[in-house]
Write a protein that binds this ligand. Structure first.
Ligand SMILES: [Ca+2]
Ligand SMILES: [Ca+2]
Ligand SMILES: [Ca+2]
Ligand SMILES: [Ca+2]
Length: 258
């Protein structure tokens, strides 16, 4: 009897201990999946006057904002400064995130007239936004958006049905190209992860103190069948740098300031 008891007690204690460990690790696993670690924190200033979207960067909000580099080579060989260089500024008001992008690119190409065909192989600006800065996967849902803005202004992202769709009412833009220099001005409305395609959706009203997941990139193609470089605004750790279109954990974090 005694031996039986001795034999049983440690087993049940071990079992309880295992269950407790499983619960603890489970909780840690869940919380790390749902919480994004903020990195590249950028504080951006509200503007009382929206910039005029005309590709001319003389607006007051741009005079007050500082430049940030677009210089992380996410895909492709090392490139020369004349081949590509870029920088950007940000501002906001209740309705929009405003973005000024200045790109030097030696050849601008638009091989595919259909905006829903191989849109990433034409020169385009790509804007990644995660409205609630939640982080996490977003490839086939609207936890975050990856807007590709083509030279003709069309805006494409993958919809939950895994097909590309135009989101032209989410991002308005204007650009002016003078020789190798293109100046883009964009107004981006932010949408919640509950966004429903084909339904009426209200953009989020922006407030001071809000955090937004954000990254910018440029697909540079000059003479090739496929894009030659994909240059982003945030450092992505690890071998595979092309993660922004799948995982919003790699986005930087904007803090909206009054
Ligand atoms: Ca302007
Ligand atoms: Ca180029
Ligand atoms: Ca989100
Ligand atoms: Ca190009």
């Amino acid at each position: 009897m005694y031996l039986y008891g001795v034999h049983r007690t440690p087993k049940s204690v071990n079992m309880k201990y295992c269950i407790m460990l499983l619960v603890v690790f489970g909780l840690i696993g869940c919380s790390s999946k749902t919480r994004k670690e903020d990195h590249q924190l950028l504080t951006i200033q509200k503007t009382a006057t929206p910039p005029e979207l005309d590709g001319v960067a003389i607006d007051n909000c741009w005079n007050l904002a500082s430049w940030h580099p677009l210089d992380q080579n996410w895909l492709g060989e090392a490139y020369a400064f004349e081949d590509f260089n870029g920088r950007y500024k940000l501002s906001w008001d209740e309705n929009y995130l405003y973005l000024l992008v200045e790109i030097t690119d030696d050849v601008l190409i638009d091989n595919y007239e259909d905006p829903l065909k191989l849109w990433w192989d034409d020169d385009c600006v790509e804007v990644f936004v995660d409205e609630d800065n939640s982080g996490g996967l977003h490839q086939f849902d609207h936890n975050a958006f990856a807007y590709h803005i083509a030279l003709d202004g069309n805006v494409v992202d993958l919809a939950p049905d895994r097909e590309p769709r135009l989101y032209n009412d989410h991002v308005r833009s204007a650009r002016i190209t003078s020789e190798n220099l293109t100046t883009w001005e964009l107004a981006i409305s932010l949408h919640k992860d509950s966004y429903k395609d084909g339904k009426e959706n209200k953009p989020v009203r922006l407030k001071a103190g809000k955090k937004v997941g954000f990254a910018l990139a440029y697909c540079d193609n000059d003479t090739s069948k496929e894009r030659e470089n994909f240059i982003g605004s945030v450092f992505v750790p690890g071998e595979d740098k092309n993660q922004g279109w799948i995982n919003s954990d790699i986005f930087g974090t904007l803090v909206l300031e009054e």
